[in-house]
Design a protein. Sequence first.
Length: 459
Amino acid sequence: MSAFPEFRQAVLQWRRVAIRRLRENTADCVTRGPGLPVWAHNRDGGYRIERDPLVWDREIADELMLLPQWSRIEEAVSNNSELQAQFGHAVGSAYSRGEVNLESTLRYMLPKPVWSDDRSSVLLDDSGFENAYRALETFLSGDTVTHVAMWLVRGVELDKPIRLDDRTVLRRLSPLEVIDCLRLGLITPRRGVLLPSDPFEGMPVGLFFSRAEAKVIDDGALEMEADFEGFNTRILEKQKVVENLQSCAAVANLPNLSISSMRVESHSWEGRLSAFTTGGGASAKFALVNRLSSNAITRSTAMLLKRTWGWLSRPGASSNIGFAARRLGYANERVRDEDHLLDTMIAAEALYLGGGREGELKFRLSTHAAVWAEPAKLNATRREIYDFMRVAYDARSRIAHGNQPDPNRLKFKGNVVTLQEFCKTLNEIVRTGLVRAINYSERNSVNKFNNGWDGMILK
């Protein structure tokens, strides 16, 4: 049921008459947009720069506010104190807000003019009324505004959205969001054209995080309250979202996933991504990642991603497993193999030595990994995992003390491998053990993984 039934009915009646007039006089109602070219979403699914974008003629659009039906809209607003308090005022949160103007808001409800396929005539687009009005009414009737932050995600192919929790979702961008990212320069197309089948870019994926904030309505003044504690909380929340996805991607074996160091934000009723700000927790890998190499998120991978997200997000998850998952996430974001090895070994030590006694670190680390990391999945024996982890421990020590690993000692199953291949095998050993540790901790309702190593090894 509508929160403002009289207002809704008046808007519908005015829109119906306005569209009839626009349709009858399309040739006279449309002008070429002034200023810079804009991005448009074509019917063939592609995105192209429109050098002469179409807009409703300003005088014609203003005349639509002179229709007899417009007075009913104004009457509906004047008879409702909640509506009257918001139109003509700056509405938003304590951190940012913008003016909500009745004329420009309802002009947004009109269909947009578009070229026909052969560009011989001007048509009205097929944009519906219901979704736009529902978003506006939710914004006007609520005591809070929804603040949305979005980061671009590279290196994954995704068909269906993955809802990580009630505030966070990983999904493909909508056509309008793609246009916003093109406009803001977050997406750089290939040869001026971005198509869904373009292997260079693919269909962009975004990490969306929403936050409900108290609605603030200004009557004239636009000054924002100083709430530094609240501001810092918001920043830390967003950094944790990025960090958690990096950690989950590492555990779910999505090594190519990388998150943009920039984010766009919005709390406006139409959901346009407008603010363009620096984000936290991302690395240079986003700019360097090979975009021709992506990980397909299968159903099983999505389930593991969600399960790991839930585990990392719950209270008390800052245990050795959470720390190990974060370091494995950092490793996947590293560009240099030496840095990748260091972070992966920190994750291994958190998993296999966390909370344990000092002494015999290399021996205990290698033994615990050999017993726990399911060597059969790597077509290896426990002895081969044990030997490999001893070499990895020595390589980590050499790098940490300013030396290069000895390339002749980098072996797996008796064969010398490159540092890159060595890091890949090490990552898989630690990742497999971490997945098993998370499953064990969930089944036994524990946060700290310390699985009685001596008893398990000696039984």
